[in-house]
Design a protein around this ligand. Structure first.
Ligand SMILES: Nc1ncnc2c1ncn2[C@@H]1O[C@H](COP(=O)(O)OP(=O)(O)OP(=O)(O)O)[C@@H](O)[C@H]1O
Ligand SMILES: [Mg+2]
Length: 275
């Protein structure tokens, strides 16, 4: 079920799909994430925005255990992934991931790409794997491309295949790390449309993106990160249109006007009133 920004919590709130407490990550002596606290409710769509190097990808990678947190607690679908005895493979099976680069196997057809992990990891038979694959290709609008090789598809189509591949593992939540930033501008919309549809179907999603239109329309919550911390979070209208923090304001104004030189905000001199 979808939650809506500003709606009161349900009387019996279900446990979060993702629960992050005091998450820290450092590489050598460089602190990349500093004590992050964040919950994502089942069915919620959370967009994470922030400048390059602020730790957005590292945060997603800690949730999917592609990185090992240095400290803190991460619970995914009720399993504490930071616990010593955790079965990482089982947790990962419940988490679909889509990255900037789609990493499809070039020597396999679209259908082959979608059935490989289903058969190897979930041990599905060929027929069943193909049925699930075709169902998900249909969901991303590519039912007729099952037999094509990835090289025959546009970047937007390849990314939709990557989404269908993740969905074929029937994850309980999906993590997206800038899924449209490697695409030509005219191909971005078709991928965002598929993601929007997925959100409307009730998928729990954490999406790192620079697509502010998508965040405004689709996110239940927007999280702004800078220098490894969550600076602010809230409904998309609040964070994107009336940010509370100067750092958020500066980041958003740079997105709108990429030629702005980073640094202290400078006020333009008003022309002297004509006499
Ligand atoms: N494996 C690694 N080893 C060392 N430093 C790393 C590693 N991965 C990330 N970092 C550093 O961690 C910081 C945060 O990186 P991260 O990729 O999470 O940022 P980001 O917000 O996703 O940036 P971008 O918007 O450019 O993708 C950066 O300073 C980066 O150089
Ligand atoms: Mg990144």
């Amino acid at each position: 079920m979808r939650t809506h920004p500003g709606s009161p919590p349900e009387p019996s709130t279900p446990p979060p799909a993702i629960e992050i407490r005091g998450l820290c990550k450092s590489f050598g002596n460089k602190d990349v994430l500093s004590s992050i606290d964040l919950d994502v409710a089942p069915g919620e769509v959370v967009c994470v925005i922030g400048p390059s190097g602020s730790g957005k990808s590292t945060l997603l990678r800690c949730v999917s255990l592609l990185e090992t947190p240095s400290a803190g607690r991460v619970v995914v679908n009720g399993t504490e992934v930071t616990a010593a005895e955790v079965d990482i493979d089982r947790v990962r099976r419940g988490v679909g991931m889509v990255f900037q680069h789609f990493n499809l196997f070039p020597h396999l057809t679209v259908l082959g790409n979608l059935t490989l992990a289903q058969r190897r990891v979930l041990r599905r038979g060929r027929k069943e794997a193909e049925r699930v694959a075709r169902e998900n290709l249909d969901r991303v609008g590519l039912a007729d491309r099952a037999d094509d090789y990835p090289a025959r598809l546009s970047g937007g189509q390849q990314q939709r295949v990557a989404i269908a591949r993740a969905l074929s593992m029937e994850p309980r939540l999906m993590l997206f790390d800038e899924p449209t930033s490697a695409l030509d501008p005219e191909l971005v919309g078709e991928v965002l449309a598929v993601m929007r549809r997925l959100a409307l179907d009730g998928m729990t999603m954490m999406v790192v993106t620079h697509e502010m239109g998508f965040a405004r329309q689709v996110a239940d919550r927007v999280v702004f990160m800078d220098a490894g911390t969550v600076i602010e979070e809230g409904g998309p209208a609040q964070v994107l249109e009336a940010p509370r923090h100067e750092r958020t304001r500066r980041f958003l104004s740079r997105l709108l006007d990429p030629l702005t030189v980073p640094g202290p905000a400078r006020t333009r001199q008003e022309p002297a009133p004509a006499r």
